[in-house]
Ligand binder design. Sequence first.
Ligand SMILES: [Zn+2]
Length: 269
Amino acid sequence: MDLSVRTFLPLGAFLGLAAAAFAQNAMPSPNLDGIASGKTRVIDLSYPISDKMVPWPGDARVFEASINATVEKNGYFTRSFWMLEHYGTHMDAPVHFPPGTTTVDKIAPEKFFGPAVVVDVRKEADRDPDYQLTVKRLETWESDHGQIPAGAIVVLKTGWASRWPDVVRYRNQDANQKMHFPGFSLDAAKFLLARQVRGLGCDTLSIDPGNSPDFPVHHLVLGAGIYQLENLSDLKNVPESGAFLIAAPIKLEGGSGGPVRVFALVAEK
Ligand SMILES: [Zn+2]
């Protein structure tokens, strides 16, 4: 059976429908069957995992890998590894904050797929590292691209990925160790929850701005059962609208989150 056609066409049609929600400034919509032909580009938004990634301040032990078997000795090569759940490009499951809510293995898999709403705030973040995404900026996005569709995955493009993996510049801590990087405001998060989005993401260490002492967006968003993607890699080739996101986390039983492989599907013009 020709799997590529029989299994991929219906989902391809679905992706087309999802992208059709962006009526204004319509970009060509990505189709899964375009991946093989090169008409749909796959952009990897996850950093390679090693001990060289930027940890949250205070996280001393972050990642270790050791060789268990080698081809020379054993006839095959294997390693074992240990890492934090919240290190590098990762997903926060709802249970990361409100106790008793959804663990990473229990998030419904359909929630890992959605049209990408990319809010480009690189200019704002350049001017002010404490920039918080505003409702006004989201309204501008909607006047440019149409209403944010239910099921979207909304990603903040701050340009912070250009600082990766420079720990000092990425955390941007002041003399009091307070970090300074952009994030979502509580009002923007409320606006997005009302749009029934599936997930929020950012190219910084946290969905909340770096100078936040109490993570109000984490409380609100995870409390609403929505997951978060943090430390996404460079979003420069992902357009503000028209791309499709796939966010596939490790299926770690009982996990508060974990490493996630995130792909953006983008139609070639
Ligand atoms: Zn996290």
